[in-house]
Structure formats: C-alpha cells, structure tokens
Design a protein around this ligand. Structure first.
Ligand SMILES: NC(=O)c1ccc[n+]([C@@H]2O[C@H](COP(=O)([O-])OP(=O)(O)OC[C@H]3O[C@@H](n4cnc5c(N)ncnc54)[C@H](OP(=O)(O)O)[C@@H]3O)[C@@H](O)[C@H]2O)c1
Length: 256
C-alpha cells in the first residue's frame, strides 16, 4: 500500500456517535475528509444535520441519523437503518457519553448512577455488538472507543463517570480479543481536558483550569480537533495491526 493510502477511507461507511458537536463532530469531519461516507449521530437530528451540511460544503459525504445510545431500541433501529441503506459498516466511533454528576462519590444518586451506566457503558457495549456483527459480515472493520484519562486516574468528584470510562478501556480490550478473528479491531482513545461544552465549567473557570493545568506537562487544554487524528489512525489501515490499544491524547497528563 502506498504511504498516501494509509489513511484513505474511500468507499468506507463510518458512524460517529455524539457527532453533533465537540470531539465527535471533529472526528466525523476528519473521517469524511478522508473519504468515508460518515453517519453523524447524536440525540438531535437537526444538530447532526448542521455537521452534515458542513461536511457536504467541504466536499465530503455524510448523513444524519439520530440515536440516543442510552435507549436499546434506538441502537437497534440505528443499525437496522445502516444495514438497510448501506449493507455494511466499516468504522464505528463510540464517542457520545455523559457526565451528569459532580460531587462526592458517597452521595451518588441511584438514578444518576443508572443513567450514566446506561449511556457510557451499556450504550458503548451494544453499539459495539451491533457494529461488530455488521462489520464481520464483510470481513471486518474498526471500533474506536472514546474513553478518558479519567478511566485511568479518576476525576475528583467525577466518580461514577470515571468508573464508566475505566469500563470502556476494559471493554475495548475484551472486544479486541474476541473479535480479532472476524477482522474487527477495537481500540481506545483517551482524551485529556478538551475545550468542549462537556468540559466548559472546568475549562472556563480560571481557578479550576489553573489547578488542572498544573498537572498537564503541555500546560494547555486540547482543542477538539486534536483528538481527531488519533481516531483516524485507529479507523484506517494505518493501524491495521493494532487492536486492544489504549492511546492517551492528553498533553502528557498520564505520563507524570
Ligand atoms: N471534553 C473533555 O475534556 C473530555 C475529556 C475526556 C474524555 N472526553 C470524552 O469525549 C467524548 C465527547 O465529549 P465532548 O467533550 O466532545 O462532549 P460534547 O461537546 O458535550 O458533545 C457530546 C456529544 O454527545 C451527544 N450525546 C450526549 N448524550 C447522548 C446520548 N445519550 N446519545 C447520543 N448522543 C449523545 C451530544 O449531542 P446531543 O445533545 O444532540 O445528543 C453531543 O454531540 C465523551 O465520550 C467524553 O467522555 C471528553
């Protein structure tokens, strides 16, 4: 394969969850820029369509398909639609996640616990089972799980969220091992603090930001576009012998 083809996704079908904004939107745009027909998904169809329009304006191919990944029927419906319309899937980026509770782990409300687990673990898990089955029908594909540095070092007052992200790291390895023979690879990307709506309180509160950056060797937060290259690497033939890997994209945070 020519070096220039390593990141080529022409003819591939990709789906990115949580792609209406932030990290997911940047990943969707980069996959489309490299030739994938990219399915932009989140709960809100209209917001996904805005990203689709941006991709189309840049010459890429994309469509919007809403899916709440905390709802099992919506996951099944998403994959039924993908199979009906395209008959195949090559790349799944599990990126949509929630972090609804900031506070003492001892006070975690059971409803919040359940909601976080339903989206961040069950959602990623059943997106992956559906995705891996569809990929395997055509020789394989790549699952990219967006986890977090908090899956390795728990975020203060972000207990249940951190626990779900540790589960995503473990899940990536479990799928990698069991799906390798069917040609499906599965890897995890661990963002550090990134300037998105998700992290806006941390990023835009100067005292919190200063404290957080004291632990980041590069001394700055990431831009969402800085996560996309790692996702493209995992999605493409550039990583053809890589599965079960965990890639920190964190300005050095986990190396200290
Ligand atoms: N930002 C950070 O500092 C940081 C650090 C480490 C890891 N991460 C991880 O990076 C990923 C993306 O986060 P982000 O910072 O880009 O967040 P963001 O800007 O808030 O975007 C979150 C996306 O997920 C969608 N979403 C939320 N709940 C959903 C659900 N139940 N089903 C489907 N889609 C849903 C949202 O769209 P709708 O509202 O339309 O559904 C949106 O597109 C997450 O997995 C997060 O844990 C972020």
């Amino acid at each position: 394969m020519a070096a220039s083809d390593l990141f080529d996704l022409s003819g591939k079908i990709a789906v990115v969850t949580g792609a209406s904004r932030g990290i997911g939107a940047e990943i969707a745009k980069l996959l489309a820029a490299h030739g994938a027909h990219t399915i932009v998904s989140s709960r809100k169809q209209a917001d996904c369509q805005t990203v689709v329009d941006e991709i189309a304006a840049a010459g890429g191919s994309a469509e919007a398909l809403a899916c709440h990944i905390g709802e099992m029927e919506q996951i099944a419906a998403l994959f039924a639609a993908i199979e009906r319309q395209h008959g195949r899937l090559d790349v799944l980026v599990n990126n949509a996640a929630i972090n609804p509770y900031f506070g003492s782990i001892l006070d975690t409300d059971p409803a919040i616990f359940q909601k976080t687990v339903d989206v961040n673990i069950r959602g990623y898990f059943y997106m992956s089972t559906h995705g891996a089955r569809l990929m395997a029908k055509h020789g394989g594909g790549s699952i990219v799980n967006v986890a977090s540095v908090n899956g390795v070092v728990p975020g203060h007052f972000q207990g249940i969220y951190s626990i779900t992200k540790a589960a995503v790291i473990s899940m990536s390895k479990a799928f990698a091992v069991e799906c390798a023979e069917s040609g499906v690879r599965c890897n995890a990307l661990l963002p550090g603090l990134t300037d998105t709506k998700f992290a806006s309180v941390l990023v835009h509160t100067p005292a919190i930001l200063k404290q957080a950056m004291a632990h980041v060797p590069m001394r700055r937060v990431a831009q969402p576009s800085e996560m996309a290259g790692a996702a493209l690497y995992f999605a493409s033939a550039a990583s053809s012998y890589t599965t079960g890997a965990v890639l920190n994209v964190d300005g050095g945070y986990l190396s200290v």
